[in-house]
Ligand binder design. Structure first.
Ligand code: HEM
Length: 289
């Protein structure tokens, strides 16, 4: 089996990817690298799912809603998956034609003009919260990559690039589930109709086949291949431009107020969720400007 330069795959032990494992919540990236190299179509026998990890495969499956269905939701959490998933997840858990009808109605609230018009309100809310309390949301965005903090604070004018690279480097949406509508042949095997397939967006974003030196946080990098963080195709995140705007505004206002900060790494605690990556607690001492 060939290994692609830039991945940090190691041949240590049997390859197991379990999205419930705390080790995966701490650092999924070495496992993703092994999946891409050793098992691009992976099957977890115990939990009964397949996983796609290469950039090309993940993006192709996102686009292929004829064969990869959202009708049972996008999570492997039993409480949020199954034919009734649309009751909690709305049109994210629908296929065409219902999906298109619902999305068409809601998308009117997310036109570029409507989103741009929200900036002033988002900024005043951000300033209010920053000056009264430091929002956990803000800290997540600013310090998803603690080692890279100087990139934001050294170059405040580059906050938009910083947001973009954070979305690639360490996305909060690590994976989305689909169910196959028909038998699907992939990497020499057949995924039978009705099986669950996880699309590992967090892995696609770190695939050296798509991004040069993908484990490096690089504001200047070429993201031409496309990040998987907001999905792709007909379910592409409707709030993507709003999320980018919010993150940029929060970061701009933080950089304007914070001179330096220190994270108590020993006190940090990850969110233990199957698909959301982030911190539940991140004790931080701040030196204001
Ligand atoms: C950084 C923040 C966000 C991330 C990483 C994110 C990620 C995603 C992803 C990956 C999908 C596609 C799911 C799939 O294909 O299975 C999605 C869909 C969606 N997102 Fe977001 N999202 C974010 C923020 C938002 C915000 C702020 C809103 C709205 C205010 C929003 C609304 C939606 C909706 C409505 C869909 C369903 C679209 C459809 O099924 O057609 N998202 N999001």
């Amino acid at each position: 089996m060939s290994t692609v330069a830039g991945s940090h795959a190691t041949a240590a032990g049997p390859l197991v990817y379990d999205p419930y494992a705390y080790g995966i919540h701490e650092d999924p990236y070495p496992t993703y690298a092994r999946l891409r190299d050793e098992a691009p179509l992976y099957h977890n026998d115990e939990r009964g799912f397949w996983a796609l990890s290469r950039h090309t495969d993940v993006l192709a499956a996102f686009r292929d809603s004829d064969r990869f269905s959202n009708a049972e939701g996008v999570s492997i959490d039993p409480a949020a998956s199954g034919p009734h998933a649309h009751r909690t997840m709305s049109f994210l858990a629908m296929d065409p034609p219902q999906h298109g009808r619902m999305r068409g109605l809601v998308s009117r609230a997310f036109t570029p003009r409507r989103v741009a018009a929200m900036e002033d309100r988002i900024r005043s809310l951000t300033v209010h919260h920053l000056t009264t309390k430091l929002l956990a949301h803000a800290w997540y965005w600013a310090w998803a990559n603690p080692d890279e903090r100087c990139k934001a604070f050294g170059q405040p004018a580059r906050t938009a690039d910083w947001v973009e690279e954070t979305l690639r480097y360490d996305t909060s949406s690590q994976m989305l589930a689909r169910v196959t509508k028909v038998d699907v042949a992939l990497h020499g095997r057949v995924v039978p109709a009705g099986d669950r397939v996880l699309l590992l967006a967090g892995s696609a974003n770190r695939d050296p086949r798509a991004f040069a030196d993908p484990d490096r946080f690089d504001l200047d990098r070429d993201r031409e291949a496309g990040i998987a963080s907001f999905g792709v195709g007909r379910h592409f995140c409707l709030g993507a431009s709003l999320a980018r705007l919010e993150a940029r505004v929060v970061l701009e206002e933080l950089v304007a107020r914070v001179h330096d900060y220190d994270i108590d790494a020993a006190g940090a605690c990850r969110v233990h969720s199957v698909n959301v990556r982030g911190f539940e607690t991140l004790p931080t001492t701040v030196v204001p400007r």
